[in-house]
Design a protein around this ligand. Sequence first.
Ligand code: DUC
Ligand code: ZN
Ligand code: ZN
Ligand code: ZN
Length: 499
Amino acid sequence: SQNRVLIKNGKIVNDDAIFKADIYVEDGIIKDVGPHLIVPGGVKTIDANGFFVLPGGIDTHTHMNATFMNAKTADDFYSGTRAALAGGTTTIMDFVLTEKGQSLIESFKKYRSQSDGLACCDYTFRVVIPEFIKGKTDSEMDTLVREHGINSFKLFMAYKDVLMLRDDDLINVLIKCRQLGALPVVHAENGDIIDYNIRKLKNMGITGPEGHLQSRPEEVEAEAVTRITTMANQVNCPVYIVHVNSKSAADAIVEARKRGCLVYGEPIAAGIGSDGTHYFNKCWQHAAGHVMSPPLRPDRSTSEHLINMLASGQLQTIGSDHCVFKTADKARGMKDFSMIPNGVNGVEERLMILWEKAVRPGKLDPRQFVAITSTNAAKIFNLYPRKGRLAKGSDADLVIWGPKPHVIRAENHNSNGDFNIFEGTQVSFGPLVVISNGRVVFDENGLHVVQGSGRFLPCAPNSSFLWHSIRDRERTLPIRIDRDGKDEQQQQQPNQQQP
Ligand code: DUC
Ligand code: ZN
Ligand code: ZN
Ligand code: ZN
């Protein structure tokens, strides 16, 4: 019957082990994992002999059905999750974009109404905090965590006058996040400097997409990483940096960790599989197609640096920041690079790009690949082991992964976008079969998605294990020196002491 599947003889890959076994799925749940499983008659059987079986990918960063920089994304929750499934991703972590003056709760409900009934795979939301109004923002954050399954908030240090929070607001939000056990996820770029650079470049007559790159140098990204990790460390709040897109920003994360900050870092598929030399392309559409923030870097060693840091555990996850605008919408920035809607594709290509650039050359083993594309995200955002693991009781989201040599082309992708930043990239491996919530949604005959079958996943706050030590630290008593008059007279200045 439809709701039972046996996957036979695959090489099961979890973040901690690879072993040969069968997986039996019933009603959307993994019922058993083991050798030579005995199952009821009539069960649909898939032979995975010779192939890997991976936990479905978790894309930590997508923007479906979003309006951003006055443009609407090409993908909604239907086309976007369809593309995700075609690439082996079975959970997306999306964002509720809000504007100043709007209710966070109403914005969240609006997004839910545009995802429920459309999404073909499971999803979560992080709510953007565009301002901090004491008594309002904090109480709405409270309600979202306690009643609406939100355990993470998005903060912008860029997009001045629109989304950017100043330091005192960032500190207030970090303090509230820590109280709630919610993880702040941060877009780290210095918005004031970017604003200054844009005006300077425009005065110099630079209008093309190359100006986008020049307005946002690496150190502008790294400075914001250092600033937010410093603030988070001071208020004992963990912090997650989204789209780490430069060597300098990645190095700033390592430095923050040395200072005791609990920080996670997320590079994206675009930063691994593309680069910023495209901003100098003679073709405007081509250059603008790569415009995202932080920008991709022309330094071609960036990709390898990010991969090395994923391999060594210094960076933990990979997202796509899939935020696709049609060429016609990008064109609103034809005369002014700062008006080009920021965003690139990647929800479909993320796994194949990381495999090609990191596993194939031997920089990651398949277990690390699973950790980075799925398990770590499930752990960090508190969905583990429901997601991110192939084990009895986990959701039946899985991918049969094997040789699938092809060239990535916009004409073959599943996104509604008309451009692909990985155009022409040869990949060797990919998903052969994808199972989402126990249903085969992709196989040799193509996609068989069911609109609306994807569920919103409520995420519980990280109240206990993850936050425990960092909360304890705050209990350390401050040092107070009592100085009464009598002691003072006898006290000597240390540097005036006699031998
Ligand atoms: N950067 C992008 O490129 N797109 C969406 C939002 C963001 O921060
Ligand atoms: Zn961002
Ligand atoms: Zn072109
Ligand atoms: Zn984003």
